[in-house]
Every structure is written in structure tokens, then in C-alpha cells.
Design a protein around this ligand. Sequence first.
Ligand code: FES
Length: 82
Amino acid sequence: MEAAVKNHVPGIDAECGGACACATCHVYVDEAWRSIVGEPAPMEEDMLDYAFGVQPSSRLSCQIRITAEMDGLILKTPDRQG
Ligand code: FES
């Protein structure tokens, strides 16, 4: 989320500043990257209930902890956010 905001990625509003309290940083993780990115924690799953167009690959980008092995990570924003 921070990388998206700093680089003005459309559709990542991050209204709560990364507190897992708004769902305006919703992204879809490319299938090839899902196992590396991991699954949402229960609190994140609860907040995803407030996002539009949730899919199995949905994550809140503010809850993704970036690691070196995620170099090249592919995420997409939901159409409704873009
Ligand atoms: S920035 Fe608000 S939930 Fe991610």
C-alpha cells in the first residue's frame, strides 16, 4: 500500500493509512504470487467484507508485508477502484 500511494497508483486510496480499517487498498494478487504473498489474517478477512468485488485472491495491500522474494509481484486493483 505504501509503495502504491508513493507512486500514485490509481485506485489505492488507503483512507485509514494502513490501519486495516477502510478496505480502500483492496487488490487482487496474481495467481502465480498467491502462495508467496500468503492469506489474509482474520482481522483483514473481516475488513474485506466491506470491500467490493472480493475474490479468493483479494488482499488489503496495507497488510501485505513486502519481502525480497516478492520482487516482481503482480497486483491488480478492482475495476470499481480504478
Ligand atoms: S489502508 Fe485502510 S485497510 Fe488498508
